[in-house]
Design a protein around this ligand. Structure first.
Ligand SMILES: [Fe+2]
Length: 264
């Protein structure tokens, strides 16, 4: 197996390149639009063929590179099947392995950060790698206060689907904001300040309810970008101002419905 961890600095997002060394078939897990050219160059340098992009969930903090990568390579776009969008080619479900050549990624339904979130497990006799998206981060976890999030659901997902895996399972998160790259199930069980040390669901929910996080920096930009594409006017300043005022008013609604906005 060929494996490469890539990073997008603006949104602190990890993209993972996973490829079958025999066939040269490759996928990108959670690609970012801003780094599509970098990713294509990496694939070219390694003589790999991109067959699909695979998302853990619909992201509110950055735009996926999936559509652009498909336009440039004709790869498939894979998303959790619960996400409804005409641009999705492959719907992912727990219990149905996603294959890249001879490599199998096993989807684990891990709602909580979003209601459709999936993690992906590569489990072979020699290695156990888990791509946790925004469910479990290094000494942290994804927020649960919008995108149909639920702290109770995330606690259940992490305990039932992630902490139940062997301790040596390596955990590759969707983001890190402090220059870290990797963790393990064993490490998070002990060191995670929100979930480790046997914290109860009640304690976890209280921690998550008290975070009081601002909305992701890019969410309003993404909403406006999308709205501009459908607005009946786009050129005259006065009308654009009127439109932007409207965009601010409906921002809260979009924050709740972001998955449908970004994927539509
Ligand atoms: Fe996310």
């Amino acid at each position: 197996m060929i494996f490469k961890q890539l990073f997008e600095t603006d949104s602190s997002t990890f993209t993972y390149l996973i490829a079958d060394s025999d066939s040269g078939a490759a996928i990108l897990v959670d690609p970012v639009r801003e780094t599509v050219e970098r990713d294509l160059q990496v694939l070219k340098d390694m003589n790999l063929t991109l067959t699909a992009t695979l998302e853990t969930h619909v992201h509110a903090d950055h735009l996926t590179g999936a559509k652009l990568l498909k336009a440039k390579t004709n790869c498939n776009i894979a998303y959790p099947a619960m996400v409804k969008s005409s641009c999705i080619d492959i719907g992912i479900k727990e219990g149905e392995a996603f294959k890249v050549g001879n490599i199998e990624l096993n989807p684990l339904f891990t709602p909580g950060h979003t209601d459709h979130h999936h993690a992906y497990l590569i489990d072979t006799p020699v290695q156990k790698l888990l791509f946790t998206g925004d469910a479990l981060l290094i000494e942290a976890c994804g927020r649960t206060d919008f995108q149909s999030g639920s702290a109770e659901a995330l606690y259940n997902s992490i305990h039932n689907k992630i902490f139940s895996l062997p301790n040596e399972t390596l955990v590759y998160p969707g983001h890190d904001y402090e220059g870290r790259f990797i963790t393990s199930v064993a490490q998070e069980k002990v060191r995670n300040p929100r979930l480790g040390g046997g914290k109860s669901k009640q304690e976890f929910v209280k921690i998550m309810d008290g975070l009081d996080l601002p909305y992701p920096r890019k969410i309003q930009t993404m909403c406006r970008t999308k709205l501009k594409a459908v607005a009946p006017f786009t050129t005259r300043d006065k009308e654009r101002d009127k439109y932007n005022e409207h965009a601010s008013m409906v921002f809260e609604w979009f924050a709740v419905n972001i998955q449908y906005l970004i994927m539509s």
